[in-house]
Design a protein around this ligand. Sequence first.
Ligand SMILES: [Zn+2]
Length: 380
Amino acid sequence: MRKLHPVPPTRPLHRKPLGDALEAVAATQTVLPDFVPPSLSGRPAEVTLMKEALQQLPAHQAVLPTSISVQNSFENLNVMGYNRTALGEVVMNRSGWGMHDPTNFRGNVLQEIGHSVDMQGGLAGSIPGLHPSNSAPFGQDPFVSDYAATQPAEDFAESFRVFHQNPDQLRQLNPEKYSALQDLEKPNFWHQWGDHPALRETGRFISQQISEFPWLRSGLEVFRQASILLTLTGSVRELTEGLKHDRPLQALAGGLGCAAGLGLALTYQAPLLGLAAVALLGARQELNRQPDQEANLSVQAVVAAAGAGAGALVGATVAPLGLTELGYTLAGPIGGSLGLVVGGLAGTYLGSRWGGELGRGLAANSKDSTEAELRTAQAA
Ligand SMILES: [Zn+2]
């Protein structure tokens, strides 16, 4: 006779509603196409120049910095500005050499945005090898300026500036850099999908409203990256605990969380990873709701998880876009903003919940037959 473990009492895995909610917000923030242009602050003439610089860029690059401001307080006149790329904060130096000249001012703004285009994705952008300036043709002769030769990141930013202000000069000097920048300018499927008038108008409205509070956008970005880090560390702990105490469901949940955290961190490098991450988070959420059946980790968990993943995916992408469009049609940018927030949060949560329930329903038969098998075997 086959020896079978008795079915252990059903016990849900460790539940963390707050952690789940934080992850849902971070995932939605990561997966939604970015359509909020940077908040601009400075004197009216400076803001006009910043807008002119931004208008030279395709939408998916223009939205990369979170804020652009101008300050008087720089001591070094040779510093034209700086970019806290992890947060997308660009600060220009009003008293830098030549900043009174409009072409120069626009060029320096473009140079700083070039750093944002290079170092996309916050923390992950700072991992060597993941950003364009880290490989050829950047960092190699010929350079557009002496400053470009100082380091590869400055070569990228300087080339970016010249690409927009004097394209023929770059094409003649260094065709490889020219075509690399041309490739980065092309919107991908994801950028195009999010490119709707309702989203653009709503994005502009949100950007204007929060230009008084630049910390709010940096804060959201810090929050997103912290949530990703927490997802990763919590999942590693869950995975090791699960392996140590021989709890397959916990180990699986931890593994899904680790993969999801990595996917979220690398979304800017590969948008599909962000989508997969949302699916994995939905899958793990559903696993956490499943009763614990440590003795028998079967297909049913996988089917329910896949359903939750697909649901979360649809919810986190379709609901925010759909509700933003609807809200915008009904009540302009204010309605659009409301639709975005409601759609983002509710879509991720409900999508994974309904998808998971559907998956669990589909898998119910397989569960019944497993239990029947167990009873038969025990009776024998
Ligand atoms: Zn620079």
